[in-house]
Design a protein around this ligand. Structure first.
Ligand SMILES: [Fe+2]
Ligand SMILES: [Fe+2]
Length: 168
């Protein structure tokens, strides 16, 4: 698709592709700390890495379609759950209760330690639990990630429930 910006320069927006998606997050998905998320479970049997990858991919498709900053959105989405504790651990007091409110800040601190983040990426990570956490996302890309995250999480939970009830 060809679009024209205000200075009349013709810009070419390529169609979404797996190759482009992979190249946008290559430095993230090859980082050993991020790869360690493969050992952490998120919803049911899915790894946290897989969950982040799914959220990142759908975010890429939607943001590219809507002509938004799909690069920042895709990268922010890949890092939105970059934390390592088990939120179901009953031995830790308040772990489950406060998880929704505390893990975005932990993920942002972890991501900040390893990657150069822009304001859109930071906002995506910090606000992805909205509306549960009250502060409003500052960018359209952040709203997209809040929706895609919930879509992927619901899909992952339903998939595991279907598996559980299969033998009834
Ligand atoms: Fe999260
Ligand atoms: Fe998530």
């Amino acid at each position: 698709m060809n679009i024209t910006n205000e200075s009349n320069t013709s810009l070419t927006v390529s169609a979404p592709s797996i190759m482009e998606f992979k190249s946008i997050i290559k430095d993230i998905t090859t980082n050993s700390n991020v790869l360690a998320l493969k050992e952490r479970s998120q919803h049911s049997n899915n790894s946290r890495f897989y969950h982040c990858l799914c959220v990142s991919y759908y975010t890429y498709l939607v943001c590219k379609k809507l002509n938004l900053d799909y690069i920042s959105a895709t990268r922010g989405a890949m890092l939105h759950d970059f934390y390592f504790y088990d939120w179901r651990d009953k031995k830790v007091e308040g772990q489950k209760r406060f998880h929704a409110f505390r893990h975005p800040r932990i993920a942002l601190n972890n991501a900040n330690d390893l990657f150069e983040l822009n304001d859109v990426e930071k906002d995506i990570i910090l606000k992805h639990m909205w509306p549960l956490t009250f502060s409003l996302p500052s960018y359209r890309e952040s709203y997209i990630v809040t929706l895609v995250d919930k879509y992927c999480a619901t899909h992952e939970v339903l998939k595991s429930l279907r598996k559980k009830f299969k033998n009834l």
